[in-house]
Design a binder for this molecule. Structure first.
Ligand code: PLP
Length: 428
């Protein structure tokens, strides 16, 4: 770290600025980024890093994209924001039209929100209002272990209880029901016993369950697990059988990341409610959406409140919607399919070598996602420095080193990422 030469007051940053999940007592150094272009982050000292993270799943087309830049510039001269209550505008209407076109057919109503966590809050509130309107008291949700749904309270309450340290908030945090997650990997042979615990929990609690909430196919921040599509297919069947709503949290998996436009497609299922976020604006602005079927939406609005009880100040922000439209237009041209397929093929060739290392417990991949699971947690400061020295930006957590690069990454750049992981682990 070049504390003395940086234009940014890194001392101030360390002393006063909170970064995600960091300590004020023992802050780790942060790397000052000056600009970003394509798959590269340029540090203030001039070093260029190949980005393996897509800024947490979001920058799918790469940084500083001409079409996305243009969309933002065009929109900012018209209006950056206007309230959404009683007012509508083209960027929002067009974005919702596209979302309805590319998501599973039964999803027909779109609620725009600010962030992924809020989209999840909205989905849970929809499910609760749905049952209230039907005159039933159903205050519980069923989910699976190792999930992640966000950092706000309701989202956290359905996130893995150990990972998100539910113990810290006991007494305040609502308590929901957790089933064992699938042990069967995406490419493994399906085993019916995997769903047994889920089935039992659903059966035992169905009278009080508003919905099941799950990340389809890939569990992200809760463990980077890639599970068998039959698990999801069975969940859909069980929800239908017992009349429980299904919420698919596609915030990480949506918009092509897993090789399908939405991960639900791997199982050929359609949820009653779906959350999207992260890559929705190609990584430019914070924006999310919760989609619902006509049946869910109309039932919600037939209840006591006669409307859905939510409406954030920055709902449908035109600037974010305009960039989202530009990002979805790029996706709808379809090149992402070949890009993600090539990334997947290359990961399937490169990751097994890393899997041979003694410190590595498992490697897995799907679409543009590659995961290396270690036996022991990494030393964050050390490993981060070694990745930066190798010219790549990879940010592990705990025992997991994972990459989900922008779809535009070239084969050479992608192998720089895996070589950096291989070399770093060899020298650890
Ligand atoms: C990141 C994420 C969220 C939360 O989104 P934020 O924008 O960080 O609030 C929710 N669900 C899943 C599956 C995510 O990956």
């Amino acid at each position: 770290m070049q504390k003395t030469t940086s234009k940014i007051d890194l001392e101030f940053d360390q002393q006063h600025v909170w970064h995600p999940y960091t300590s004020t007592i023992n802050p780790l150094p942060c790397y000052p980024v000056e600009s970003a272009n394509g798959v590269y982050l340029t540090l203030e000292d001039g070093r260029k890093l190949i980005d393996g993270m897509s800024s947490w799943w979001s920058t799918i087309h790469g940084y500083n994209h001409p079409a996305l830049n243009q969309a933002a510039k065009d929109q900012i001269d018209k209006m950056s924001h206007v309230m959404f209550g009683g007012i509508t505008h083209e960027p929002a209407v067009e974005l919702c039209r596209k979302l309805i076109a590319i998501t599973p057919e039964p999803l027909q109503h779109v609620f725009l929100a600010d962030s992924g966590s809020v989209a999840v809050e909205v989905s849970l509130k929809m499910a609760l209002q749905y049952w209230h309107a039907k005159g039933q008291r159903r205050p519980k949700f069923l989910t699976v272990r190792h999930g992640y749904h966000g950092d706000t309270f309701a989202a956290m309450s359905v996130t893995d209880p150990d990972n998100s340290m539910h113990s810290l908030y006991k007494g305040f945090l609502p308590e929901h029901i957790f089933a064992e997650s699938s042990e069967r990997g995406f490419y493994e042979e399906w085993c019916e016993s995997d769903i047994a615990d889920f089935k039992e929990k659903l059966n035992n609690n169905k009278e009080q369950l508003a919905a099941v909430i799950i990340e389809p196919i890939v569990q992200g921040a809760g463990g980077m697990r890639i599970y068998h599509p039959m698990y999801l297919k069975r969940i859909r069947e069980l929800c239908d059988e017992h009349d429980v709503l299904l919420i698919a949290d596609e915030i990480a998996t949506g918009f092509g990341r897993t090789g399908k436009m939405f991960a639900c497609e791997h199982a050929g299922i359609s949820p009653d409610i779906m959350c999207v976020g992260k890559a929705l604006t190609g990584g430019y602005m914070t924006l999310s959406a919760t989609l619902a079927t006509k049946h869910v939406a109309d039932t919600v609005c037939s209840g006591e409140a006669a409307c859905f009880m939510h409406g954030p100040t920055f709902m449908g922000n035109p600037l974010a919607c305009a960039v989202g439209n530009a990002s979805l237009e790029i996706l709808m041209q379809g090149n992402w399919q070949q890009q993600v397929l090539s990334i997947e093929q290359q990961l399937s060739e490169l990751l097994p070598e890393i899997g041979q290392l003694d410190c590595v417990k498992a490697v897995r991949w799907l679409g543009a996602i590659g995961v290396v699971e270690l036996y022991e947690p990494v030393n964050m400061a050390e490993i981060q420095k070694s990745f930066v020295d190798a010219g790549v930006w990879i940010r592990p957590f705990g025992k997991l080193i994972y990459i989900m690069p922008p779809f535009i990454i070239t084969p050479q750049e992608l192998s720089c990422l895996t070589v950096a992981i291989l070399r770093t682990l060899k020298t650890q």
